[in-house]
Design a protein around this ligand. Sequence first.
Ligand SMILES: Cc1cc2nc3c(=O)[nH]c(=O)nc-3n(C[C@H](O)[C@H](O)[C@H](O)COP(=O)(O)OP(=O)(O)OC[C@H]3O[C@@H](n4cnc5c(N)ncnc54)[C@H](O)[C@@H]3O)c2cc1C
Length: 423
Amino acid sequence: MKSQRLSLITAFLILFAVLAWLLRVDWGLFGDFYLRYISLLFALLGLTFILLQFVLVSRIKMLEDGFGLDRMFRWHRVFGRTGLMLVLLHVVLIIIFRLEQYGEILFELILLVGIVALLGFIITAGVASTYKKIGLAYETWRNIHLANYLLFPLAMVHSFYNAPSGSLLYYYLLLLSALFLVVVVYRAIRIFSIRRNPYEVVEVRQEAEDIWSLFFKGPYLDFKPGQFMFVQLLRNGELSSSHPFTISASPTAEYLSITPKELGDFTKTIKDTKVGDQALIDAPYGVFSFLNYGRGEPVFIAGGIGITPFMSMLRYMSDQNLDKKVTIFWANRSEKNLCFGDELAEMEEKMPGLQVIPVMSNQPDWQGEKGHLKAPLILNYIETTDNKEFYICGPPAMSRAVINELKHLDVSPLNIHSELFEL
Ligand SMILES: Cc1cc2nc3c(=O)[nH]c(=O)nc-3n(C[C@H](O)[C@H](O)[C@H](O)COP(=O)(O)OP(=O)(O)OC[C@H]3O[C@@H](n4cnc5c(N)ncnc54)[C@H](O)[C@@H]3O)c2cc1C
């Protein structure tokens, strides 16, 4: 039921929009004005999808619960594109209608407001889907994307013009405006409360050549092992941008921790963090936890730094003395990339059901498993896929390849759970 909340909201809004449109149409004139009326329907549906994209990235807990933020971000992109396509169709039809009816487009101020909003949406969507190709930093495109919060009110002003006060259409637009306001106020309150409750860095630990853990002390956080958080570091009076990281600590641990691998601008500065620096933490998010799918025996499949959610889960199992059979495959290029080696060895001793299988793709002298994670290798250790629950976290290409291997082994998609380190 939790995961269906968003579908229910979407279905409700679409039905409401269609009903408002049906009541707005003067059916006696439909034959002459059909282009205008259909264009209005496209505008209403487009606006609905655009509003829903704000809801999808609002990080409202009761919507994310059971659904997962990564899925919400994916739907945000789909809804964004759908909304934009519908609004573009609205524009095309209204232009054809006006040219046919009046022989010209008739530029009014309210039309201009709509055009500015539409051009803005096109630019922000274009930048979002091409930022890597055109070499923009993640933070730059995200700041450009924030312009949508100004563009949506413009689109609403344009839409109200066509909604006679007191009509269902008018109330529908009021509802969309209210939902938008709820999203904005919710985010503002959340940001305010996060800033008022900062965490403090209590340890900076090197885990491997380019992997560091940061430990934080601060307000109690109720989370499940495997969930993630957004972190901003306040160092030398400068607040970093917000980045998502798995909480690598167990909920049973004294301190929260993250374990970033050096990759780009921000992660390369993790090692410069000092004990006593502050952190703003927005958490917990995500549904990638064995506690959410407790049916079969867990089989964990990690690629590189994708080990972090599994460390959280294994630490939790170990602290709680959970007597579980757990197999973990850990794909890396070479042992240089390994971290947590000693701790995993200790856990294997403490937990008889735990088996850790490191697999190296690029180290010919490695004494253990070598190559890529293929079905026979997996089967060799787990014997059967019956009664198993598979959890995958790693680079997108590896995750896709492993999911394919599992499909060859006839594993039901319902028993495969994956986390991508990409929103
Ligand atoms: C749910 C989740 C859990 C993660 N857990 C870990 C972890 O435990 N350890 C780890 O090393 N990495 C983790 N990551 C990845 C980590 O967020 C990125 O490596 C980091 O944000 C890169 O930032 P950068 O400036 O160093 O690199 P860049 O070179 O600027 O970015 C590399 C890529 O990281 C992503 N990214 C960059 N900045 C952001 C941002 N502000 N918000 C969202 N995505 C961004 C983009 O896809 C970008 O293309 C996780 C990501 C997600 C989504």
